[in-house]
Write a protein that binds this ligand. Structure first.
Ligand code: GLY
Length: 388
């Protein structure tokens, strides 16, 4: 089955999207495939191979946003509404590309093996109570029934029905396929010819520009008077996006391996169809894409504490990704100081989760349609209450 492409209206703006990660690709899909707006996506790097490829596909508003101390006061709401858009987004992207995405709306299990971890689960449960979000404390026996691969000395567990996952690599591949099949979408494997020759920022042949290059957004090149400058000179708020490195690995699936998404502190185990992803370190200021053997070994050992079978599972891949984060852990979404330039970047741990809602907000803003009530909270020009 394929999703019919909506033809462009004569009045539709032509949009240049700078960045072919999941945010830029999802915005292109929303604009071109769902709303009939002509788009060109530019990226000099291989499409969809940055943070979107490195991610684990966690769609985890409860575990990753509800109890994040000091984060943007509306980050959880954005994540929660973002999760609500995922089923339709997965269905449309799957239909447009003919590719299964491995989407699961939930649940996940958060686990505790000692007193500190149990206290952290209680903290999370209180945050979810305050927000009216469904969750259930499980006795170890009940958790083992749901997921027999969990280590026998489990102390406590929290069932999180809101926290799902998707195969992020399948999603970006499917978005690329859907855009390639769309008659009014183009993918260009080069830097955009972005320039300011005295009349503001332009990409020839386009009316509006979306900067969506993750942690590299501020550094997007702009030609002016024959020289190259960085986009941050047109809006200093882009400088708020910093790097947060993450080391990860995947191991093979097998009969004793987990089938459910499991979390414990900073460790997650995300089973996909043909691999089990284990993540992740969180390293502020680190922008390396090289896996480091000692950190990978520590991740595997921590994950084996959750599920003993992980200790002997064959290693498939190790890698490192770079999350783009802002001081309040929330993305920049909206119009910039430069006329005609929008930004969608800085999604921190929630880029996969927030791709559909970000795309929706950007499309509404660009098309002058009523925007989600939360959108203004994530303006690039908000004031920050940085995470302590
Ligand atoms: N969302 C998973 C991570 O940031 O590691």
């Amino acid at each position: 089955m394929s999703l019919a492409h909506r033809p462009p209206a004569a009045s539709a703006p032509r949009v240049a999207i700078l960045g072919a990660g999941i945010i830029g690709l999802a915005a292109a899909f929303e604009l071109a495939v769902r709303r009939g707006v002509p788009v060109t996506v530019y990226d000099p790097a291989p499409f969809g191979r940055g943070a979107s490829w490195a991610a684990a596909g966690m769609l985890a508003p409860a575990f990753e946003a509800a109890a994040e101390t000091g984060a943007h006061p509306h980050l959880f709401e954005l994540c929660h509404h973002g999760a609500e858009l995922w089923p339709a987004f997965a269905a449309d992207v799957g239909a447009a590309s003919g590719t299964p995405l491995g989407f699961s709306a939930g649940p996940s299990l958060a686990l505790a093996f000692d007193r500190d971890q149990t206290a952290a689960l209680h903290h999370l449960a209180r945050a979810l109570d305050e927000r009216g979000i469904a969750h259930e404390e499980l006795r170890p026996g009940a958790a083992h029934e749901l997921e027999p691969a969990i280590a026998p000395d489990l102390v406590a567990a929290l069932h999180l029905p809101t926290d799902g996952q998707v195969d992020n690599r399948a999603v970006v591949s499917a978005l690329i396929a859907a855009l390639r099949a769309c008659p009014h979408a183009a993918l260009v494997n080069e830097a955009a010819p972005l320039a300011d020759e005295g009349n503001g920022l332009t990409v020839p042949g386009h009316d509006l520009i979306l900067a969506a290059a993750g942690w590299k957004t501020a550094a997007i090149e702009v030609r002016q008077d024959g020289e190259l400058y960085s986009l941050v000179n047109w809006d200093t708020s882009l400088d708020e996006i910093d790097c947060y490195g993450g080391q990860m690995l995947s191991v093979g699936v097998g009969p004793d391996m987990p089938a459910m998404t499991l979390r414990c502190g900073g460790i997650y185990v995300a089973p996909k169809a043909e691999r089990v992803i284990i993540g992740a370190t969180m390293e502020p200021g680190i922008a390396t894409e090289a896996p480091e053997p000692d950190k990978i070994a520590a991740l595997r050992a921590d994950a084996a504490r959750l599920c003993p079978a992980i200790a002997d599972a064959p290693e498939l891949e190790t890698w490192a990704g770079i999350r783009p984060g802002t001081p309040d852990r929330a993305p920049l979404i909206g119009a910039t100081a430069a006329p005609g330039l929008y930004v969608a970047a800085g999604h921190y741990r929630n880029g996969i989760l927030l791709a559909p809602i970000t795309a929706h907000i950007i499309a509404d803003l660009i098309l002058g349609q009523p925007v989600h009530a939360l959108a203004g909270e994530f303006s690039p020009h908000r004031s920050y209450s940085p995470v302590a």
